[in-house]
Design a binder for this molecule. Structure first.
Ligand code: HEC
Ligand code: HEC
Length: 500
């Protein structure tokens, strides 16, 4: 139970004189009696935490038959209820909460009583929604012990270092059951029209959930137009939009797009391909989904929203905070001080990364911000404007990058080609790009480029020139290598449950 200190706001009850905007009346002297002071209601009996079960009707009177609050003036109280992070299928009338919870987890309730004279008071309590008790015969037949509803892996309460402060969970926090369903969906080729493609086909665990190919292959040889993105620490960021060009407004909105993409999972409904409704029908007929959806959502219905919730909980749970950087950062308490566990070159690379160009640095921190290394919201593009597999087109819309954590594997080689077009294959190529950004010479591309490149990188119209020495470049490469962890590559709960 969260002990919300009762929020007392004493209603002043003053009549507002029509001093301004009062409709032009000239008789403002009629309202001069001083009204009796109002006494705000008070908390009498706090609500205890409540329990509920997904899929089972719930009903609770948060006014406790009018005894939760009392009001010395005997004013009639009206009630409002707030749900955090969201109502999960519950609603209320006159202080009575009812509905069928749609997802397990904890909903924090704040009930506020208002006496109609400006006096209010609140009480807070939790409704803890448990998963539906579910038979898991089909799950055990399919996954053996790799998925066990009675002993779920820990996705929701993973350790996050105290210096990680950004959180973008989209109001859909991770639950163990939701992420477990998300894991199965992420690895399931049944989510493609021809049973060949899963999310994991283009987001491989061994590669930081990315793809070694420049562009990725979806159903029937269809190709994506951009390079696949690593899915690391996606919820530890300020930028809320997803994809290189930020066209998805949230994690949840992103997750169902690949399913309906003609060239990815293929449920586009175009050119004779099945539609999203066909995917729903297909999944509802699979026995292990009947059990998993019942466990997480209370019944076997598959909807786009449920798919989004579960898959995005799994993706958000892919978190990487066990790098050499984290070890050093935990010891010194800030990003800038030298880390005791770093080599001289790694520390020098860190300083170059953090410092602005006018301060002898490379300015990377301006957009890829330590310690999350998330992209700065509102960044322009970085001067990489190619289109994968094309020599003639250009694309000025790419303003998001995944966290720079795990950009390379433990051996220092990249987890796949870099940038939206996969045009830079080594960290040194990448640093050479930022060291001397090339501005196109042909119009109108030149003007469009200069209008859209982030002004940190425009170099006054000539493209940024950092004039880094070869030593400094290798120091930056050494530093980027410290951002790689180990657990995400091995963690069983992030692995393919279809593989014994
Ligand atoms: C055929 C390959 C392919 C498949 C299948 C695929 N993706 Fe992707 N994914 C990509 C590519 C390519 C991008 C970058 C696309 C862009 O920005 O235009 C991407 C981007 C993303 C992003 C955005 C990351 C960010 O930081 O903005 C997320 C999240 C994601 N994919 C999750 C998924 C999930 C979940 C699935 C399964 C439902 C999936 N992907 C299936 C290729 C694929
Ligand atoms: C003005 C903002 C900005 C600055 C400054 C900046 N970047 Fe970037 N960075 C981006 C954007 C935007 C992208 C994605 C661009 C794309 O794919 O076209 C990106 C992409 C990258 C990538 C590729 C990530 C991937 O997953 O493929 C790396 C690595 C990178 N930057 C490192 C650096 C380094 C090192 C520096 C400093 C020398 C730096 N960046 C400076 C904005 C910036």
């Amino acid at each position: 139970m969260k002990n919300l200190a009762p929020l007392l706001v004493i209603g002043l009850g003053l009549t507002v004189f029509s001093a301004c905007g009062g409709g032009g009346g000239s008789t403002s002297s009629t309202n001069t009696t001083t009204p009796a002071a109002n006494t705000a209601p008070t908390l009498a009996t706090a609500n205890a935490d409540q329990t509920a079960t997904v899929g089972t009707a719930f009903n609770y009177d948060a006014t406790q038959a009018g005894t939760t609050f009392s009001d010395a003036d005997n004013n009639t109280l009206t009630y409002t209820i707030a749900y955090a992070p969201n109502a999960q299928g519950l609603s209320d009338a006159a202080g009575i909460i009812s509905g069928t919870p749609s997802l397990a987890g904890t909903v924090s309730i704040t009930i506020t009583a208002n006496d109609g004279n400006g006096g209010t008071v609140s009480d807070g309590f939790d409704i803890v929604i448990a998963n539906a008790p579910t038979n898991q015969t089909a799950i055990q037949a399919k996954f053996g012990g790799r998925i066990d509803l009675d002993n779920l892996a820990n996705y929701a309460n993973q350790t996050v270092p105290n210096y990680i402060t950004k959180l973008n969970d989209g109001g859909n926090p991770i639950t163990d059951a939701g992420a477990t369903l998300g894991r199965v969906l992420f690895y399931d080729v049944a989510l493609s029209t021809d049973d060949t493609v899963a999310c994991a086909s283009c987001h491989a665990q061994s590669l930081g959930f990315s793809d070694p190919n420049t562009v990725s292959e979806g159903v029937e040889g269809g190709l994506t137009s951009r390079h696949s993105m690593r899915l690391i620490n996606t919820q530890f960021a300020d930028e809320t939009n997803f994809f290189w060009d930020e066209r998805a407004a949230s994690h949840e909105a992103q997750e169902s797009q690949p399913l309906q993409d003609h060239n990815e999972h293929g449920f586009s409904g175009q050119n004779g391909r099945p539609s999203f409704a066909d995917l729903v029908t297909k999944l509802e007929a699979i026995d292990y989904y009947q059990e998993l959806f019942t466990h997480v959502f209370g019944d076997t219905t598959v909807t786009e929203a449920r798919l989004q919730q579960a898959i995005s909980q799994f993706v958000k749970s892919i978190q990487s905070f066990d790098s050499k950087f984290d070890e050093g950062r935990a010891q010194v308490g800030n990003n800038a001080a030298d880390f005791a566990n770093f080599t001289t070159d790694e520390n020098a690379g860190k300083t170059l990364f953090l410092n602005a160009p006018n301060n002898g640095g490379a300015g990377c921190q301006g957009c890829h911000r330590a310690p999350e290394f998330d992209i700065r919201p509102g960044s322009g593009h970085n001067g990489v404007i190619g289109v994968a597999n094309s020599t003639t087109e250009s694309d000025l819309t790419n303003t998001r990058a995944p966290s720079l954590r795990d950009v390379v594997k433990a051996d220092g080689t990249p987890n796949g080609p870099l940038m939206h077009d996969g045009s830079l294959t080594t960290l040194l190529d990448m640093i050479n790009h930022y060291n001397a950004i090339q501005v196109p010479t042909d119009e109108p591309l030149r003007t469009n480029f200069l209008d859209t490149i982030d002004n940190r990188l425009s170099g006054g119209g000539n493209g940024q020139r950092l004039n880094l020495t070869e030593t400094e470049k290798s120091q930056l490469v050494a530093f980027l290598g410290t951002l790689t962890g180990t657990s995400i590559y091995q963690d069983e709960k992030l692995s393919d449950p279809f593989q014994p």
